[in-house]
Design a protein around this ligand. Structure first.
Ligand SMILES: [Zn+2]
Length: 416
Protein backbone atom coordinates (compact mmCIF):
# COMPACT_ATOMS: atom_id res chain seq x y z
CA UNK A 1 0.00 0.00 0.00
CA UNK A 2 1.19 3.49 -0.85
CA UNK A 3 2.80 5.10 2.19
CA UNK A 4 4.79 8.09 0.98
CA UNK A 5 1.82 10.46 0.81
CA UNK A 6 -1.52 11.39 2.27
CA UNK A 7 -4.45 12.99 0.48
CA UNK A 8 -5.79 16.34 1.68
CA UNK A 9 -8.97 18.09 0.56
CA UNK A 10 -8.26 21.54 -0.87
CA UNK A 11 -11.69 22.66 0.34
CA UNK A 12 -12.02 21.53 3.97
CA UNK A 13 -8.40 20.46 4.71
CA UNK A 14 -9.50 16.99 5.85
CA UNK A 15 -6.93 14.18 5.50
CA UNK A 16 -7.63 10.92 3.68
CA UNK A 17 -5.64 7.73 3.05
CA UNK A 18 -4.58 6.37 -0.33
CA UNK A 19 -7.59 4.83 -2.05
CA UNK A 20 -9.94 7.78 -1.42
CA UNK A 21 -11.15 9.47 -4.59
CA UNK A 22 -12.94 12.62 -3.43
CA UNK A 23 -14.16 14.49 -0.36
CA UNK A 24 -17.83 14.61 0.53
CA UNK A 25 -17.62 18.33 1.35
CA UNK A 26 -17.77 18.97 -2.42
CA UNK A 27 -15.82 22.19 -1.87
CA UNK A 28 -12.43 20.99 -3.01
CA UNK A 29 -10.39 18.26 -4.70
CA UNK A 30 -8.03 15.82 -3.04
CA UNK A 31 -4.36 16.71 -3.42
CA UNK A 32 -1.52 14.29 -2.67
CA UNK A 33 0.82 15.61 0.02
CA UNK A 34 4.42 14.42 0.43
CA UNK A 35 7.25 15.29 2.77
CA UNK A 36 9.79 17.09 0.62
CA UNK A 37 13.52 17.45 1.21
CA UNK A 38 15.27 20.63 0.13
CA UNK A 39 17.22 20.12 -3.09
CA UNK A 40 19.01 22.42 -5.52
CA UNK A 41 17.67 21.19 -8.84
CA UNK A 42 15.07 18.94 -10.47
CA UNK A 43 17.86 16.63 -11.67
CA UNK A 44 18.56 15.67 -8.02
CA UNK A 45 15.12 14.11 -7.59
CA UNK A 46 15.16 12.13 -10.84
CA UNK A 47 15.67 8.37 -10.86
CA UNK A 48 16.92 7.40 -14.30
CA UNK A 49 16.36 3.71 -13.66
CA UNK A 50 12.58 4.31 -13.87
CA UNK A 51 10.65 4.67 -17.15
CA UNK A 52 8.64 7.67 -18.38
CA UNK A 53 7.35 10.11 -15.80
CA UNK A 54 8.20 7.57 -13.08
CA UNK A 55 11.71 9.03 -13.12
CA UNK A 56 9.98 11.46 -10.74
CA UNK A 57 8.85 8.53 -8.56
CA UNK A 58 10.26 10.28 -5.48
CA UNK A 59 7.33 12.68 -5.77
CA UNK A 60 4.70 10.24 -7.07
CA UNK A 61 2.73 7.54 -5.18
CA UNK A 62 5.15 4.69 -4.30
CA UNK A 63 3.22 1.94 -6.07
CA UNK A 64 4.77 -1.56 -6.21
CA UNK A 65 4.64 -1.58 -9.99
CA UNK A 66 4.45 1.41 -12.30
CA UNK A 67 2.86 0.75 -15.69
CA UNK A 68 4.68 3.07 -18.04
CA UNK A 69 4.86 3.39 -21.81
CA UNK A 70 7.67 5.95 -21.73
CA UNK A 71 5.30 8.88 -21.47
CA UNK A 72 6.54 12.40 -20.63
CA UNK A 73 9.98 13.76 -21.39
CA UNK A 74 8.45 15.93 -24.12
CA UNK A 75 10.58 18.77 -25.47
CA UNK A 76 10.21 22.47 -24.76
CA UNK A 77 10.76 23.63 -28.32
CA UNK A 78 12.24 27.10 -28.69
CA UNK A 79 10.12 29.13 -31.08
CA UNK A 80 11.92 30.10 -34.27
CA UNK A 81 9.43 32.64 -35.57
CA UNK A 82 6.45 33.53 -33.34
CA UNK A 83 8.70 34.30 -30.34
CA UNK A 84 11.31 36.44 -32.15
CA UNK A 85 8.58 38.31 -34.11
CA UNK A 86 6.94 39.35 -30.84
CA UNK A 87 10.18 39.92 -28.90
CA UNK A 88 9.46 37.21 -26.36
CA UNK A 89 11.39 34.07 -25.46
CA UNK A 90 8.74 31.53 -26.43
CA UNK A 91 8.85 27.77 -25.90
CA UNK A 92 6.23 25.26 -26.91
CA UNK A 93 5.98 22.21 -24.67
CA UNK A 94 4.96 19.57 -27.21
CA UNK A 95 2.76 17.07 -25.41
CA UNK A 96 1.76 15.63 -28.79
CA UNK A 97 4.88 13.46 -28.52
CA UNK A 98 3.46 11.28 -25.76
CA UNK A 99 2.74 7.59 -26.61
CA UNK A 100 -0.89 8.20 -27.64
CA UNK A 101 -0.22 11.72 -28.86
CA UNK A 102 -1.64 13.60 -25.89
CA UNK A 103 -0.83 14.87 -22.40
CA UNK A 104 -3.42 12.48 -20.96
CA UNK A 105 -0.81 9.70 -20.94
CA UNK A 106 0.82 11.35 -17.92
CA UNK A 107 -2.43 10.98 -15.98
CA UNK A 108 -3.27 7.52 -17.34
CA UNK A 109 -0.01 5.93 -16.18
CA UNK A 110 -0.57 7.12 -12.61
CA UNK A 111 -4.28 6.27 -12.67
CA UNK A 112 -3.88 2.66 -13.79
CA UNK A 113 -0.83 2.06 -11.59
CA UNK A 114 -2.68 3.25 -8.48
CA UNK A 115 -5.80 1.28 -9.46
CA UNK A 116 -3.68 -1.83 -9.83
CA UNK A 117 -2.17 -1.17 -6.39
CA UNK A 118 -5.72 -1.05 -5.02
CA UNK A 119 -6.46 -4.42 -6.64
CA UNK A 120 -9.15 -3.10 -9.00
CA UNK A 121 -9.80 -4.80 -12.33
CA UNK A 122 -12.61 -2.91 -14.11
CA UNK A 123 -12.47 0.77 -14.89
CA UNK A 124 -14.65 3.31 -16.68
CA UNK A 125 -14.15 6.78 -18.10
CA UNK A 126 -15.92 9.48 -20.10
CA UNK A 127 -14.03 11.24 -22.86
CA UNK A 128 -14.22 13.09 -26.15
CA UNK A 129 -11.21 11.10 -27.29
CA UNK A 130 -7.76 11.79 -25.86
CA UNK A 131 -8.40 10.33 -22.41
CA UNK A 132 -10.20 7.38 -24.01
CA UNK A 133 -7.21 6.53 -26.20
CA UNK A 134 -4.80 7.03 -23.37
CA UNK A 135 -6.66 4.94 -20.81
CA UNK A 136 -7.18 2.28 -23.49
CA UNK A 137 -3.43 1.91 -23.92
CA UNK A 138 -2.65 1.88 -20.21
CA UNK A 139 -5.53 -0.51 -19.39
CA UNK A 140 -4.12 -2.86 -22.01
CA UNK A 141 -0.71 -2.69 -20.32
CA UNK A 142 -2.27 -3.69 -17.01
CA UNK A 143 -4.77 -6.26 -18.36
CA UNK A 144 -7.64 -4.25 -16.92
CA UNK A 145 -11.10 -4.04 -18.53
CA UNK A 146 -12.05 -0.54 -19.63
CA UNK A 147 -15.59 0.72 -20.37
CA UNK A 148 -15.63 4.05 -22.20
CA UNK A 149 -18.45 6.57 -22.55
CA UNK A 150 -17.40 8.65 -25.56
CA UNK A 151 -18.84 12.05 -26.39
CA UNK A 152 -18.57 13.33 -29.97
CA UNK A 153 -15.06 12.03 -30.67
CA UNK A 154 -13.18 13.02 -33.80
CA UNK A 155 -12.85 10.15 -36.28
CA UNK A 156 -9.14 9.79 -35.52
CA UNK A 157 -9.61 9.62 -31.76
CA UNK A 158 -12.50 7.20 -32.11
CA UNK A 159 -10.65 4.78 -34.41
CA UNK A 160 -7.51 4.97 -32.29
CA UNK A 161 -9.56 4.08 -29.20
CA UNK A 162 -11.40 1.27 -31.02
CA UNK A 163 -8.05 -0.30 -31.97
CA UNK A 164 -7.34 -1.35 -28.38
CA UNK A 165 -10.48 -3.49 -28.20
CA UNK A 166 -12.12 -2.12 -25.06
CA UNK A 167 -15.89 -1.59 -24.80
CA UNK A 168 -17.12 1.80 -26.08
CA UNK A 169 -20.53 3.45 -25.58
CA UNK A 170 -21.05 6.45 -27.88
CA UNK A 171 -23.25 8.83 -25.87
CA UNK A 172 -25.93 10.47 -28.00
CA UNK A 173 -26.36 13.85 -26.31
CA UNK A 174 -25.60 17.53 -26.81
CA UNK A 175 -23.89 17.78 -23.42
CA UNK A 176 -20.45 16.42 -22.60
CA UNK A 177 -21.48 16.32 -18.92
CA UNK A 178 -24.05 13.60 -19.76
CA UNK A 179 -21.21 11.24 -20.69
CA UNK A 180 -19.49 11.98 -17.37
CA UNK A 181 -22.71 11.36 -15.47
CA UNK A 182 -23.19 8.03 -17.23
CA UNK A 183 -19.66 6.92 -16.37
CA UNK A 184 -20.14 7.95 -12.75
CA UNK A 185 -23.52 6.19 -12.49
CA UNK A 186 -22.14 3.09 -14.24
CA UNK A 187 -19.26 2.95 -11.78
CA UNK A 188 -21.78 2.75 -8.90
CA UNK A 189 -24.12 0.34 -10.66
CA UNK A 190 -21.50 -2.10 -11.96
CA UNK A 191 -18.72 -1.64 -9.40
CA UNK A 192 -16.23 -0.18 -11.88
CA UNK A 193 -13.59 2.35 -10.83
CA UNK A 194 -14.39 5.80 -12.21
CA UNK A 195 -11.24 7.15 -13.83
CA UNK A 196 -12.54 10.25 -15.54
CA UNK A 197 -9.55 12.52 -16.02
CA UNK A 198 -10.96 15.37 -13.95
CA UNK A 199 -9.31 16.32 -10.68
CA UNK A 200 -12.63 16.07 -8.83
CA UNK A 201 -12.94 12.36 -9.73
CA UNK A 202 -9.45 11.17 -8.85
CA UNK A 203 -6.43 12.87 -7.24
CA UNK A 204 -3.89 11.12 -9.44
CA UNK A 205 -4.63 12.95 -12.68
CA UNK A 206 -2.94 15.95 -11.14
CA UNK A 207 0.02 13.85 -10.01
CA UNK A 208 0.67 12.90 -13.63
CA UNK A 209 0.23 16.42 -15.00
CA UNK A 210 2.45 18.04 -12.38
CA UNK A 211 5.48 16.40 -14.02
CA UNK A 212 5.06 18.94 -16.86
CA UNK A 213 6.14 21.69 -14.43
CA UNK A 214 9.12 19.60 -13.29
CA UNK A 215 10.27 19.08 -16.88
CA UNK A 216 9.81 22.76 -17.80
CA UNK A 217 11.97 23.96 -14.89
CA UNK A 218 14.59 21.25 -15.53
CA UNK A 219 14.80 22.05 -19.24
CA UNK A 220 14.47 25.84 -19.50
CA UNK A 221 14.39 27.17 -15.92
CA UNK A 222 11.51 29.17 -14.43
CA UNK A 223 9.26 30.83 -17.05
CA UNK A 224 7.40 34.11 -16.45
CA UNK A 225 4.18 32.82 -17.96
CA UNK A 226 2.71 29.41 -18.82
CA UNK A 227 -0.28 29.38 -21.21
CA UNK A 228 -2.49 26.29 -21.00
CA UNK A 229 -5.56 24.99 -22.87
CA UNK A 230 -8.39 24.73 -20.33
CA UNK A 231 -11.41 22.41 -20.34
CA UNK A 232 -12.11 21.18 -16.80
CA UNK A 233 -8.95 22.93 -15.54
CA UNK A 234 -7.31 19.69 -14.36
CA UNK A 235 -4.19 20.20 -16.51
CA UNK A 236 -3.85 23.73 -15.15
CA UNK A 237 -4.20 22.43 -11.61
CA UNK A 238 -1.57 19.75 -12.18
CA UNK A 239 0.94 22.27 -13.55
CA UNK A 240 0.15 24.64 -10.64
CA UNK A 241 0.78 21.83 -8.14
CA UNK A 242 4.09 20.95 -9.79
CA UNK A 243 5.39 24.51 -9.52
CA UNK A 244 4.19 24.69 -5.90
CA UNK A 245 6.09 21.53 -5.01
CA UNK A 246 9.23 22.93 -6.65
CA UNK A 247 8.90 25.96 -4.37
CA UNK A 248 8.56 23.67 -1.32
CA UNK A 249 11.75 21.88 -2.37
CA UNK A 250 13.56 25.20 -2.72
CA UNK A 251 14.22 24.74 -6.46
CA UNK A 252 12.29 27.85 -7.53
CA UNK A 253 11.30 30.87 -5.46
CA UNK A 254 8.02 31.93 -7.06
CA UNK A 255 5.15 30.68 -9.20
CA UNK A 256 4.99 31.59 -12.88
CA UNK A 257 1.83 33.34 -13.99
CA UNK A 258 -0.59 30.69 -15.29
CA UNK A 259 -3.02 31.68 -18.04
CA UNK A 260 -5.89 29.31 -18.87
CA UNK A 261 -7.35 29.42 -22.39
CA UNK A 262 -10.91 28.45 -23.23
CA UNK A 263 -12.89 28.57 -26.46
CA UNK A 264 -15.48 31.36 -26.60
CA UNK A 265 -17.98 28.62 -27.47
CA UNK A 266 -17.50 26.70 -24.18
CA UNK A 267 -16.09 29.01 -21.52
CA UNK A 268 -17.64 28.39 -18.08
CA UNK A 269 -14.39 29.09 -16.22
CA UNK A 270 -13.69 32.30 -18.13
CA UNK A 271 -17.25 33.48 -17.45
CA UNK A 272 -16.78 32.92 -13.72
CA UNK A 273 -13.45 34.79 -13.90
CA UNK A 274 -15.11 37.73 -15.70
CA UNK A 275 -17.88 37.85 -13.08
CA UNK A 276 -15.27 37.93 -10.33
CA UNK A 277 -16.69 34.71 -8.89
CA UNK A 278 -14.74 31.74 -7.57
CA UNK A 279 -17.46 29.18 -8.30
CA UNK A 280 -17.86 27.94 -11.87
CA UNK A 281 -21.38 27.45 -13.23
CA UNK A 282 -22.34 25.17 -16.16
CA UNK A 283 -22.89 26.67 -19.62
CA UNK A 284 -24.71 25.57 -22.77
CA UNK A 285 -21.89 24.64 -25.13
CA UNK A 286 -21.57 26.04 -28.65
CA UNK A 287 -19.61 24.49 -31.52
CA UNK A 288 -15.84 24.72 -31.36
CA UNK A 289 -13.07 23.10 -33.36
CA UNK A 290 -11.17 22.74 -30.07
CA UNK A 291 -13.11 19.60 -29.19
CA UNK A 292 -10.72 18.58 -26.41
CA UNK A 293 -11.87 21.42 -24.16
CA UNK A 294 -15.61 20.98 -24.55
CA UNK A 295 -16.48 20.75 -20.86
CA UNK A 296 -19.81 22.45 -20.22
CA UNK A 297 -19.79 21.70 -16.50
CA UNK A 298 -16.29 21.54 -14.98
CA UNK A 299 -17.82 21.47 -11.48
CA UNK A 300 -15.54 21.77 -8.50
CA UNK A 301 -12.47 20.93 -10.64
CA UNK A 302 -13.01 24.17 -12.58
CA UNK A 303 -13.50 26.25 -9.45
CA UNK A 304 -10.33 24.92 -7.80
CA UNK A 305 -8.34 25.51 -11.01
CA UNK A 306 -9.67 29.06 -11.28
CA UNK A 307 -8.55 29.81 -7.74
CA UNK A 308 -5.12 28.31 -8.48
CA UNK A 309 -4.77 30.59 -11.51
CA UNK A 310 -5.74 33.65 -9.47
CA UNK A 311 -3.14 32.68 -6.82
CA UNK A 312 -0.43 32.92 -9.50
CA UNK A 313 -1.60 36.39 -10.60
CA UNK A 314 -2.84 34.78 -13.80
CA UNK A 315 -6.14 34.92 -15.63
CA UNK A 316 -8.51 33.02 -17.90
CA UNK A 317 -9.10 34.14 -21.48
CA UNK A 318 -11.55 32.96 -24.15
CA UNK A 319 -10.50 32.93 -27.78
CA UNK A 320 -12.55 33.06 -30.98
CA UNK A 321 -12.86 30.23 -33.48
CA UNK A 322 -11.09 32.42 -36.04
CA UNK A 323 -8.13 32.88 -33.69
CA UNK A 324 -8.01 29.11 -32.98
CA UNK A 325 -8.09 28.29 -36.70
CA UNK A 326 -5.35 30.81 -37.50
CA UNK A 327 -3.09 29.53 -34.71
CA UNK A 328 -3.75 25.94 -35.76
CA UNK A 329 -2.62 26.83 -39.31
CA UNK A 330 0.34 28.86 -38.07
CA UNK A 331 1.95 26.26 -35.78
CA UNK A 332 3.15 23.78 -38.44
CA UNK A 333 4.07 26.52 -40.90
CA UNK A 334 6.01 28.72 -38.48
CA UNK A 335 7.28 26.28 -35.88
CA UNK A 336 7.01 22.80 -37.42
CA UNK A 337 4.57 21.70 -34.71
CA UNK A 338 1.53 19.76 -35.87
CA UNK A 339 -0.98 20.33 -33.08
CA UNK A 340 -4.66 19.49 -32.82
CA UNK A 341 -6.90 22.59 -32.61
CA UNK A 342 -7.18 22.17 -28.83
CA UNK A 343 -3.38 22.25 -28.58
CA UNK A 344 -3.30 25.41 -30.70
CA UNK A 345 -5.54 27.12 -28.11
CA UNK A 346 -2.47 28.13 -26.12
CA UNK A 347 -0.95 29.93 -29.11
CA UNK A 348 -4.32 31.54 -29.86
CA UNK A 349 -4.32 32.67 -26.21
CA UNK A 350 -0.79 34.01 -26.57
CA UNK A 351 -1.98 36.21 -29.44
CA UNK A 352 -4.72 37.68 -27.23
CA UNK A 353 -2.23 38.15 -24.39
CA UNK A 354 0.18 40.01 -26.67
CA UNK A 355 -2.61 42.19 -28.11
CA UNK A 356 -3.81 43.09 -24.60
CA UNK A 357 -0.24 43.56 -23.24
CA UNK A 358 -0.77 40.76 -20.71
CA UNK A 359 2.43 39.13 -21.98
CA UNK A 360 5.21 41.69 -22.29
CA UNK A 361 8.30 41.95 -24.47
CA UNK A 362 11.31 40.08 -23.11
CA UNK A 363 9.28 37.59 -21.08
CA UNK A 364 9.96 33.86 -21.05
CA UNK A 365 6.71 32.14 -22.05
CA UNK A 366 5.72 28.48 -22.36
CA UNK A 367 2.69 27.49 -24.45
CA UNK A 368 1.44 23.95 -23.87
CA UNK A 369 0.46 22.01 -26.98
CA UNK A 370 -1.77 19.39 -25.41
CA UNK A 371 -2.03 16.91 -28.33
CA UNK A 372 -0.86 15.97 -31.79
CA UNK A 373 -2.61 17.07 -34.99
CA UNK A 374 -2.77 13.40 -35.96
CA UNK A 375 -5.55 13.01 -33.36
CA UNK A 376 -7.85 15.26 -35.39
CA UNK A 377 -6.90 15.24 -39.06
CA UNK A 378 -10.45 16.21 -40.01
CA UNK A 379 -9.75 19.69 -38.62
CA UNK A 380 -7.52 20.32 -41.61
CA UNK A 381 -10.58 20.14 -43.85
CA UNK A 382 -11.43 23.57 -42.47
CA UNK A 383 -8.15 24.98 -43.72
CA UNK A 384 -8.49 26.69 -47.08
CA UNK A 385 -5.26 27.56 -48.79
CA UNK A 386 -4.81 30.23 -51.37
CA UNK A 387 -2.26 29.74 -54.09
CA UNK A 388 -1.04 26.54 -55.69
CA UNK A 389 -0.05 23.83 -53.22
CA UNK A 390 -1.64 20.55 -54.22
CA UNK A 391 -2.60 19.38 -57.72
CA UNK A 392 -3.67 16.05 -59.09
CA UNK A 393 -1.46 15.27 -62.07
CA UNK A 394 -1.08 12.45 -64.59
CA UNK A 395 2.44 10.95 -64.89
CA UNK A 396 3.57 13.74 -67.19
CA UNK A 397 6.26 16.22 -66.11
CA UNK A 398 5.29 18.71 -68.83
CA UNK A 399 2.04 19.29 -66.97
CA UNK A 400 3.97 19.74 -63.70
CA UNK A 401 6.08 22.36 -65.46
CA UNK A 402 2.94 24.00 -66.71
CA UNK A 403 1.48 24.12 -63.20
CA UNK A 404 4.73 25.51 -61.80
CA UNK A 405 4.66 28.27 -64.41
CA UNK A 406 1.15 29.16 -63.33
CA UNK A 407 2.04 29.28 -59.62
CA UNK A 408 0.85 32.83 -59.24
CA UNK A 409 -2.64 31.97 -60.38
CA UNK A 410 -5.23 31.93 -57.64
CA UNK A 411 -6.06 28.34 -56.89
CA UNK A 412 -7.83 27.00 -53.83
CA UNK A 413 -7.24 23.41 -54.87
CA UNK A 414 -6.15 22.16 -51.45
CA UNK A 415 -9.55 21.62 -49.95
CA UNK A 416 -9.66 18.00 -48.90
ZN1 LIG B 1 -13.38 18.45 1.76
Amino acid sequence: MVKNMILRCSGCNREYPFGTYSCKCNAGVLLAEYKFKKVKSVVEIEDHSKPGIWRFSNVLPDVKECFSFNEGGTPCIKSQKIGPKNNILLYIKDEGRNPTGSFKDRAATVLVSTEKELGHRDITTASSGNAAGSLSLYSTLTNMSLYIFMYQPTEGKFLHTVSFGHKIFLVDSTKESDAHQMAEDASKKFGWSWLTTMSSANPFNIEGYKTIAYEIVRDIGLPDVVIIPMGSGTLVLGIWKGFNELIQMGIISKLPRLIGIQSEQVNPIEQAYQRGETTVRPVTPGKTMATGVVVDNPGIAGSVALNAIIETGGLVISVSEENILNSFKLLPKEEGIFAEPTGALSVAGLKSCLDKKIVLEGQKVVCINSASGFKDLSAFKKVKRSGFQVKNVPPNLDLVEDFLNKQKEKDDSYIV
